[in-house]
Ligand binder design. Structure first.
Ligand SMILES: [Fe+2]
Length: 356
């Protein structure tokens, strides 16, 4: 069969639009050498993979490898479940809706990735940590660049913020158990309604509530006062919600605090902590909940403690008469430790020569 490269400029064979586009280039094309068909020894899978090997690999080996494995597994999945046309059409419709119904504040494609566990998987591979270090997770959609910087011991909630009083304290150490100097902890959390400051129609005047960058003390200790966060749902009014309902799943995330810890020489850690009393810990729609990040909280009813921590007694009584005390020991990995983990894991990755 004649190859296309020698004939793409022939006006008796090729229309003007193609000739115009390829006036200065030789089109990447291959003659059809073999027929392909399901149930034969050369299927559509083989054909697509061969095209990528010949046309994509020379210019972009990594893209060729990723697409080769994507096509292989996607086709294997379709064969394994005997994917029907109606099921394929339903999936295409759902993915199409995810694109159309995404907005500036709600990315349905990311939500779907989250709810299928793909985001967590990619994040784990991208941020390997030694076992001794605190587990991380994605920052989620409510992280902002604007954090008021405050000293340890500050209150990060407004006086009229809804919620029960919370006292949080933590240490920041390295994997050898040594306190880390110069640590900063960005914290952001929902209020007692399950709402983040950025979700309110009228954001607080200061531009931040239940959100701050706390400067830890030289011995790596920091604390803050605020309100206890409660469980809240991820957006479920779009195609991701449709998918969750079809799967018999719910959109509710257990209550949690988000943190991003930084310190010179250390790998930054983005994570979230969960109170053991929260519902939905085992059915997190985005799979970010980890056993090592769940902690038991104390309910302090001792007025002396409230005062020691800086609470106003009348305010605590108005909010239920107790302060939730939450403690955690963060462990950061050094940049060298993370790089070593990354190299070790890279060695396990497939190469273009890995046999499937
Ligand atoms: Fe959150």
């Amino acid at each position: 069969m004649a190859d296309s490269a020698s004939r793409f400029q022939d006006p008796t064979l090729v229309g003007t639009r193609i000739r115009a586009q390829t006036a200065n280039t030789i089109p990447a094309d291959l003659p059809l050498e073999r027929d392909f068909g399901e149930g034969t020894d050369y299927t559509i899978t083989d054909h697509v993979r061969e095209l990528h090997a010949k046309l994509t690999a020379p210019q972009s080996p990594r893209l060729a490898l990723v697409m080769d494995r994507l096509v292989y597994h996607l086709h294997a999945f379709a064969r394994e479940v005997g994917l029907t046309h109606a099921e394929w059409a339903a999936a295409v419709e759902l993915i199409g809706r995810a694109g159309k119904e995404s907005t500036a504040g709600k990315d349905e494609v990311v939500l779907m990735s989250d709810c299928l566990g793909l985001s967590v998987l990619v994040d784990e591979m991208e941020h390997p940590r030694p076992k001794a270090a605190t587990e991380g997770c994605e920052e989620g959609p409510f992280y902002t660049k604007s954090f008021p910087e405050v000293p340890s011991g500050s209150c990060i909630s407004h006086p009229d913020t809804v919620g029960q009083p919370l006292f949080f304290e933590a240490t920041v150490k390295n994997t050898k158990g040594e306190p880390i100097q110069g640590a900063k902890a960005e914290v952001w959390q929902s209020d007692g309604e399950g709402t983040y400051d950025v979700m309110y129609d009228t954001p607080p005047e200061s531009g931040a509530d239940d959100r701050a960058r706390i400067i830890a003390e030289p011995n790596g200790y920091f604390s803050y006062r605020g309100v206890l966060p409660v469980a809240y749902p991820i957006p479920d009014d779009g195609p991701c919600g449709t998918m969750l309902r079809a799967l018999g799943r719910h959109p509710h995330r257990a209550s949690h605090l988000h943190f991003r810890l930084t310190a010179p020489g250390y790998d930054s850690l983005t994570t979230a902590l969960y109170p053991s009393h929260s519902p939905f810990l085992g059915t997190d729609p985005v799979f970010a909940t980890r056993l090592s990040l769940i902690g038991d909280l104390e309910q302090a009813e001792d007025v002396g403690k409230w005062k020691e921590w800086g609470f106003d007694e009348a305010d605590v009584r108005k909010r239920g008469g107790k302060v939730w005390a939450w403690r955690f020991a963060f462990v950061l990995a050094s940049k060298e430790e993370v790089e070593l983990e990354r190299q070790n894991r890279k060695a396990d990755r497939i190469t273009p020569n890995t046999k499937l």
